[in-house]
Structures are given as C-alpha cells and as structure tokens.
Design a protein around this ligand. Structure first.
Ligand code: PLI
Length: 466
C-alpha cells in the first residue's frame, strides 16, 4: 500500500527524455552475476534493470543544466564558466575561495595534502571509504568520534550522525592540539545510513574546535539533504528554508570538500571551497599538479556550467523535499514487507540490515556483499555492499570489522518513478521470504586499495550443523 505522504508529494518535474532499460531473464542474471565475481560493481550497466548502486553522478539533469552546457567556455585559463561557478558557490555556500576538482576524491586529496603532516590525527563522524583512504595515504590517522548509536541499525534517533563531543574532546586532549590536522564532519553520514548531523551539534563541534585551535571541515557531498532533515527534525530550525540552513552550516566551518555528483544534479565534478586564504593558496597550487589548472580542475567548461546551475537548483525546497520523500517511500514499502532496514531512513538511500536479513551468516560470510548479489539475481536491481568488504583492512592487514553490515539501495535524483520503487520493494520482499536459502560469499581476488570496487567472490562453502 502506498504511503499517503508520498501520494501527496507528486514529482515537481515531468519527463522530457527517456532512456530504455530492460530486465534480463533470471537464468541470464545468474550467469552475469557469476561472471562479475558476485560484485555488483563489476556488472555491466546494460544487464541491470533498476540501478540503485549509487546516487553519485547518476542524476538526471534539468533542461536548464543541459542548456547551460552549450555556453561552456572551454578556455584553458580564466574561463567564464569558472566565474559563473564561483559566483554560484559563493551565493549558495558562502565561501569566497573555490578550487574545482574532477570529483570529490580530488578535493579530498588536495585537502589531505595541504593540511596533514605525517603522523597527525583527523577526527570524523564515521569513516568514509575515499576520505579515509586519502587521509591515510597522506600519513594521517583517522579517529571515529561519532555517537555510539550510529553503529546500531535500529536506534531511532533524529540525528544519529552527530559527533560525540566528549569523544572529540578526549581525543584532542590525548593526542594534543598540535597533532590534530583537522576535524572532518560528514553531514549526513553515508555509511551510518545517511544519518544527519544537527545544526546545534555542528555549532558545538565548531566551538570546541575554535577553543582548541583545530580546523574544521565539512564533507559536503549531500549537505542539502542534511539541511533538509534539519528543517524537518530539529525543533529550533523547523520549517526554515533549506538554503538558509545550508549557509548556517557552512558559516561555522573553515572549508568544505564536495563531491558535486550528488546534491548538485550533475554527472561529474567536485570542489574544495573555503574562507581560509592559506588553504586556498596551497590547494589551488596542488590542483595544478593533480587535477588541472585552478580554473577548471579536471572539469570541462560545460561541466562547470551544469554545476553552476545545479548548485542553484539544489537548494529549492520542493526538489529536496521530493527526493527525501522518494527514499522514505521505498523504505516504508520495504518495512511493510518485513524487510529489516536502518532507522531512521536516510536522505539518499534505504539501507537494508544484512545481518538481520541473513542471520544464519557470520560476518566472514560477507552477508551484505552476498545480499547485494542475491538482490540482483532475484530482481535485476543493483545495490551496493556497505559492510566488512567496504571497510577494508588496517595497517597490519587485519579486516576492519564494522558493526553495520548494510546493503544500500541508493536513489539517483529525478531518475526513477514510484512504479520502479514498487518493483524494487516487492522483489526484495519476495527474496526476504526465502532468506534462509541464501548462501554467503568469500573473497577469491582482493586488490590492495578500496577493495569493494574490484574484488571478486565465490560461494562460501555451505555449513553443515554438527
Ligand atoms: O565519488 P567522489 O570522488 O565524487 O566523492 C567521494 C565521496 C566523498 N564523500 C562522501 C560522503 C561520498 O559519499 C563520496 C562518494 N560517494 C559515493 C561514490 C557513493 O556511492 O556514495
């Protein structure tokens, strides 16, 4: 049964261009999955019916964005498109300095290189894969200071992404201010299930950082979603325009590192924006080495234009309200079918709790990896593992063992309809009914870096109860 709130929130757009998708017969899907080593990243897109692997770069652009692409200034240096992007970023986020990058991890690299000295610590509210990788590649040590409840899939708190101020304070005391490179707050927290950070918590983190002279950065990949959830859930901010809340969040940090492939409805792009002239000087110089000249940073002029328009579209309340409602709709439909999901439902994805879905598997059976594979096999829907495989290994080669074993059903923006979401919910609900028959997986190839992208797997041996 449809959730009434979503029925009352029809799409604030109509479809102008379509892209055919097709569903393969189940026997064919079984074969393609085995060929892909049971890793959904290694499937061909043409073999996927509904692609919920990620909301990163998979957005449908608006007519205004496509139109703007035609006026892209492709000059190597001093492009007008850069000027238009800079003015959009300064209007919407409030930062005077901008360094464009090819995508978010480009910005993470520049930031980590500019601000981390080997052996220094970086505190954050749960790790993110590429963020931690760049911190570590640049000699930093990552410390998780998120609230404990973030590790519990069913703790139903409005701001489960918050920083635990006591943990952060204790860390600064323990390592000493000089050994803190910076604090990096993700808002919302992707790997905790898209859980937001409250404005109140961010302000308190900022005050604590200021008191200790520690720099503070926001991961701004989905900041608009976080701002929207603040407008819905934080009593003191209820009903305020998203654009205002977003600016308030940015006002209390030194910089933001952004993957523009999320909130801003584009297919490629990223940037670092700051009010710190020293960071700007260093990062824009590093940009020349790693990304491209500091007025294009790895993006074409037309990509800068699409982003400049997207940044202004993304803070319009009706767009973000619809997006978050679409995710909530899918989550509630799954929950109606008994499928265990992370609560509260996040802004960009529904996270299925693979430990609860497949209780007969241990963590070494890679339950989330396996569930993502079986969802594809059963439905043609592509999802992503966010568990022990994504968490990778520590410096001694031991597996990180996250308490959350999740499968992420991520919603591309403006791409799918309610009928698609009903198909996903019905298919996964049917799979849940046969959950006891689903086997685990084990690695048969594991690359050394960000292993979840390229690992290959095989069926784990079936356990026989003694
Ligand atoms: O994929 P990039 O390089 O544009 O961005 C990296 C990145 C940084 N921070 C956060 C919170 C992300 O979610 C993120 C990328 N996320 C991907 C690709 C995702 O599927 O969630």
């Amino acid at each position: 049964m449809a959730t009434p709130s979503l029925r009352l929130l029809p799409e604030p757009y109509r479809i102008k261009m379509i892209e055919p998708i097709r569903i393969l017969p189940e026997a064919e899907r079984r074969k393609r999955l085995a060929d892909a080593g049971y890793n959904t990243f290694l499937l061909r897109s043409a073999d996927v019916y509904i692609d919920l692997l990620t909301d990163s770069g998979t957005n449908a652009m608006s007519a205004a964005q496509w139109g703007a692409m035609m006026i892209g200034d492709e000059a190597y240096a001093g492009s007008e498109s850069f000027e238009r992007l800079q003015s959009a970023i300064s209007d919407v986020y409030g930062f005077p300095y901008l360094v464009p990058t090819h995508q978010g991890r480009g910005a993470e690299n520049l930031l980590s290189k500019a601000w981390i000295k080997p052996g220094q610590s970086v505190a954050g509210n749960m790790y993110f894969t590429t963020t931690r990788a760049h911190i570590e590649l640049n000699g930093g040590i990552f410390h998780d200071v998120i609230v404990d409840e973030a590790h519990d899939p069913v703790a139903n708190l409005p701001f489960k992404g918050n920083v635990d101020l006591k943990k952060l304070e204790a860390l600064i005391k323990k390592v000493g201010r000089a050994a803190m490179a910076y604090v990096a707050v993700g808002a919302p927290v992707n790997l905790a299930g898209g859980q937001p950070v409250s404005l109140d918590n961010l302000r308190k983190v900022s005050a604590l950082c200021k008191a200790n002279e520690v720099r503070l950065v926001l991961d701004g990949a989905r900041l608009v979603e976080n701002a929207y959830m603040i407008s819905q859930r934080e009593p003191a901010q209820k009903g305020r325009p998203v654009a205002e809340i977003l600016k308030d969040m940015c006002a209390v940090v030194d910089a933001i590192a952004v993957s523009a492939k999320k909130d801003a409805y584009v297919n490629i792009g990223g940037f670092l924006a700051t009010r710190d002239k020293g960071l700007y000087d260093e990062a824009s110089n590093l940009c020349v080495l790693y990304e491209g000249l500091h007025t294009y940073g790895g993006m074409a002029g037309r990509d800068l234009e699409a982003l400049a328009v997207g940044v202004r579209e993304m803070v319009q309340d009706e767009w973000i309200a619809h997006r978050v409602a679409q995710v909530a709709y899918l989550g509630e439909r799954l929950a109606e079918g008994g499928v265990p999901i992370v609560r509260p439902i996040g802004g960009h994805a529904v996270f299925v709790d693979a430990r609860a879905f497949l209780p007969h598997l241990t963590q070494d059976d890679l339950p989330a990896q396996a569930l993502a594979a079986w969802i594809y096999q059963a439905t043609g829907v592509r999802a992503m593992e966010r568990g022990i495989v994504s968490a990778g290994r520590d410096e001694k080669g031991r597996n990180h063992r996250p308490s959350l074993e999740l499968v992420r059903l991520t919603m591309p923006r403006r791409a799918y309809t309610q009928t698609h979401l009903d198909y996903v919910a019905d298919g996964i609900t049917r799979l849940y009914e046969k959950r006891a028959t689903l086997p685990g997986l084990r690695f048969c190839y594991e690359p050394p870096r960000l292993r979840f992208f390229q690992s290959r797997f095989e069926l784990a041996p079936v356990k026989v109860n003694a």
